[in-house]
Design a protein around this ligand. Structure first.
Ligand SMILES: [Cu+2]
Length: 524
């Protein structure tokens, strides 16, 4: 990854001590051992019979068309509303969806062409929309107090607590609708948009407020990767169902007056039904050809270790071509991929490596029972020629040089008595933990007690090291979310650009996020 020299300078003699790894390992020694199967959370069991596997066809979210376009900009309109979905056989499930669907419609942007999305809210609760992975100015970044009024007006929020332990929603602004302006000065990548409401992101994403937003560019289009019907976005998310078929979620307050979940689920909510694009354990019928799978872990808390079963002859069936922030320099073959919440892996699978008629399951090696399976690919005999390619060189990635870092900052992600904290503090809007200068490389160190998928807004970063050693097998490329394991110290190099203002650093385990594991930094 980065040059050996810089890594030695950074992580060599005394590096681990400087990282504070000893502190992280010493302080909460047992947490990591208490987590069954590497899962950050507690299983919530459905009160309905689990739906049969491999009955539903893989749904593909519709691509949203702009309401108008001009020389520089495409304009979209989205209304979040409640709707009835048929997820379980014979039962209705209410979803809160963008345009009433879960996942929401996919937006496709062109790099360098501005995208404006007008979001409206026909739900009974306020919303805020964050474009995850977007290089976006503060005022369109979905700051959790920049709210869209619920149907019926802003008074519906009176008396609500903003976050566990935080009195009121002071500082919140309400608008009946919001225009989010995305400059899209960024490379091709798999982004996603989702709810980011103060204190209620967990329940609102769980109800369905999430969708894909793909950025395309000329560099990627010239490669000849699989496309059209052979490019499949896969939003993987676990859910539990109540006896009436509704989504079950252990909220402290079902009316969303008070944020957070009941004590038992504080580590995270895990469901026993695995949905892909909103369907339980679906089947995709594929040709003997290459497919591009844009995998997104859209779960609140669950981690996955995904593998093909059976593996193709010779293994390496999951050919990674991209990560959160777009293409890798070169494709990397994996037998399995680990995805923490909010991470994306862009993968090519060549189903021509299997005989026609083979059924290939995508399994989850971190699951057990129902959660050990995700979906299935049924390989047909037809499909004709495959003119797609995966070139040996995909892109060029500028290395951020840790040796040139202007500052090094440490963020400790830790449980407190009733909440989750960063550097010992619960989130407080307006309190900034760092003031990085635009254009400068910095090293940020994330030190954890538990599993925490750490997400940074505004700009992607590069993982420099884990626990004083090299980055992990899934850390390559530009990332915006990094899977920090219990009692780990992960270092990333980041350079913020273009937009001065307040942005967020937070845990993307949504139960942790709602229970105060969020912080602000101010670029200047
Ligand atoms: Cu966390």
């Amino acid at each position: 990854m980065s040059g050996g020299l810089t890594r030695r300078q950074l992580l060599g003699a005394g590096g681990a001590a400087a990282l504070g790894i000893g502190v992280a390992v010493g302080a909460p020694p047992l947490l990591g051992m208490l987590i069954p199967g590497g899962q950050p959370g507690l299983l919530l069991s459905s009160k309905v019979p689990l739906p049969p596997r491999y009955q539903a066809e893989l749904p593909i979210p519709a691509v949203l068309q702009p309401v108008r376009s001009d020389a520089t900009t495409d304009y979209y309109e989205i209304t979040a509303r409640a709707a009835t979905a048929r997820i379980l056989p014979g039962q209705d499930t209410e979803v809160w969806g963008y345009q009433g669907t879960f996942p929401g419609p996919t937006i496709e942007s062109r790099s360098g062409r501005r995208t404006v999305v007008t979001h409206r809210n026909a739900l009974p609760h306020a919303t805020a929309v964050h474009l995850h992975g977007g290089h976006t100015p503060h005022d369109s970044d979905g700051y959790p107090l920049d709210l869209i009024s619920p149907q019926g007006g802003g008074d519906a929020m009176a008396g609500m607590s903003g976050m566990a332990g935080m009195p009121g929603m002071s500082g919140a602004t309400f608008q009946p609708q919001r225009d989010y302006t995305y400059p899209m000065n960024q490379r091709a990548a798999t982004l996603w948009y989702h709810d980011h409401t103060m204190g209620f992101t967990g329940p609102q994403v769980y109800r369905g407020l999430a969708g894909f937003h793909l950025v395309r560019d000329d560099e990627e289009a010239a490669l000849g990767l699989p496309h059209g019907p052979r490019e499949l976005p896969l939003m993987i998310a676990d859910r539990a169902f109540a006896a009436d078929g509704s989504f079950a979620y252990p909220a402290l307050d079902g009316d969303e007056g008070k944020p957070g979940v009941t004590d038992a689920y504080m580590n995270g909510v895990l469901g026993d039904v695995i949905l892909v694009n909103g369907a339980p354990w679906p089947v995709a019928r594929v040709d003997r050809a290459r497919y591009r799978l844009r995998m997104l872990n859209g779960s609140n808390a669950r981690r996955y270790r995904l593998a093909l079963d059976p593996q193709p002859p010779g293994g390496g069936g999951l050919l990674q071509i991209g990560s959160d922030g777009g293409l890798l320099e070169r494709p990397t073959a994996h037998d399995a991929l680990e995805l923490a919440p909010a991470e994306r892996f862009d993968v090519v699978v060549d189903f021509a490596r299997y005989p026609a008629g083979t059924s290939v399951r995508l399994v989850n090696q971190l699951g057990s029972g129902s959660t050990s399976e995700v979906m299935r690919f049924d390989i047909g005999s037809g499909g004709g020629a495959d003119d797609s390619r995966v070139p040996a060189k995909l892109s060029t990635i500028e290395r951020l040089d840790p040796a040139k870092a202007a500052a090094t900052r440490t963020f400790v992600f830790q449980k407190s008595q009733n909440n989750w904290t960063i550097n010992g503090d619960e989130y407080r809007p307006g309190r900034s933990l760092a003031s990085p200068k635009l254009g400068q490389v910095e090293i940020w160190r994330f030190i954890t007690d538990f599993h925490h998928p750490v997400h940074m807004h505004l700009d992607p970063f590069q993982v420099v090291g884990r626990n004083g050693a090299a980055p992990g097998a899934y850390d390559a490329g530009w990332k915006d979310t990094v899977d920090v394991l219990p009692a780990q110290g992960v270092e990333v190099a980041v350079r913020f650009t273009d937009y001065a203002g307040r942005f967020l650093l937070h845990c993307h385990n949504l139960e942790h996020e709602d229970m105060a594991m969020m912080a602000e930094f101010t670029t200047e």
